[in-house]
Design a binder for this molecule. Structure first.
Ligand code: ADP
Ligand code: 5GP
Length: 200
C-alpha cells in the first residue's frame, strides 16, 4: 500500500520568506507538491492564472463554497481565498506531501478538519528584519509595508495552535529545519505500527 502523503500548512507574515524556504527545501524532490488556491482578487502584474492562483469570480467562489469544493476558505483584506479539496485529496492518496501556503484562519479550519495535518508558522528573526525584507523585495508601497507589519503582529497573537515555529534567519539552516520536520513527521509511530508486527 502507498504511504499516504502529509498535508503541510505553512503560514506566517508576508515577507517572512515562506516561499523562499520551501523552494530551498524542496530542491528537486518529487514527493512534494503545492496546492494552488482560488482567489477573487485580481492578478498582480506577472501572475499567471493557474500558477500563483486560479483567479475566479465572487459568484464562482460562492458556488464552490456551497458545493463544499473547498477544504478551507477565508477572507483576507476584502478578498476571498480557498483551497480546492479535490487536488489535495488526490495527491495525498497518491503518497505526495502537499503544501498549503495559507493564512491563520484557514490553517485553523484545516486543524479542525484534518487534525493530522502538520502546521508550521514561519517567522523572520525580528519585525525589523521583516521590514527590511519587504523593502528589499520591492513589491509593496511604504503604506502597504506598514499594513503588513501590523498584520504580522495580529497573526503572532493568533498563532498559538501551530505545531512548529520556524525562524527563517539563515536560509540554509531554515531549509534544513523544514526538511527535518518533514522527516520526523514521516517517522511518527502511529503511522508505522506495521513495523512492530512480530508474526509473519
Ligand atoms: P513570503 O513568501 O513569506 O511572503 P518571500 O519568500 O517572498 O516571503 O521572501 C521575502 C523576501 O525576503 C524576498 O526578497 C526573499 O529573497 C527574502 N528572504 C527570504 N529568506 C531570507 C533569509 N533567510 N535571509 C534574507 N532574506 C531572505
Ligand atoms: P496574497 O494576496 O498576498 O497572494 O495572499 C494573501 C494571503 O492569503 C497570504 O497570507 C496567503 O498565505 C493567504 N492565502 C493564499 N491562498 C489561501 C487559501 O487558499 N486559503 C487561505 N485561508 N489563505 C490563503
Amino acid at each position: 500500500m502507498t504511504e499516504k502523503g502529509k498535508l503541510i500548512v505553512i503560514s506566517g507574515p508576508s515577507g517572512a520568506g515562506k516561499s523562499t524556504v520551501v523552494f530551498k527545501a524542496i530542491g528537486n524532490r518529487q514527493d512534494i507538491c503545492f496546492s494552488t488556491s482560488v482567489t477573487t482578487r485580481q492578478p498582480r502584474p506577472g501572475e499567471v492564472d493557474g500558477r500563483e492562483y486560479f483567479f475566479i469570480s465572487p459568484e464562482r467562489f460562492q458556488e464552490m463554497v456551497e458545493k463544499d469544493e473547498l477544504l478551507e476558505h477565508a477572507t483576507y483584506v476584502s478578498h476571498s481565498y480557498g483551497t480546492p479539496r479535490a487536488y489535495v485529496t488526490e495527491k495525498l492518496n497518491a503518497g505526495m506531501n502537499v503544501i498549503l501556503d495559507i493564512e491563520v484562519q484557514g490553517a485553523r479550519q484545516v486543524r479542525q478538519k484534518l487534525p493530522e495535518a502538520v502546521l508550521i508558522f514561519i517567522i523572520p528573526p525580528s519585525l525589523e528584519e521583516l521590514r527590511r525584507r519587504l523593502e528589499g523585495r520591492g513589491t509593496d508601497s511604504p503604506e502597504a509595508i506598514r499594513g503588513r507589519l501590523e498584520r504580522a503582529r495580529q497573526e503572532y497573537a493568533e498563532a498559538d495552535f501551530y505545531d512548529y515555529i520556524l525562524v527563517n534567519d539563515d536560509l540554509e539552516e531554515a531549509g534544513r529545519q523544514f526538511e527535518a520536520i518533514l522527516t520526523a513527521e514521516h517517522l511518527r509511530a502511529k503511522d508505522r505500527m506495521e513495523l512492530l508486527r512480530t508474526e509473519d
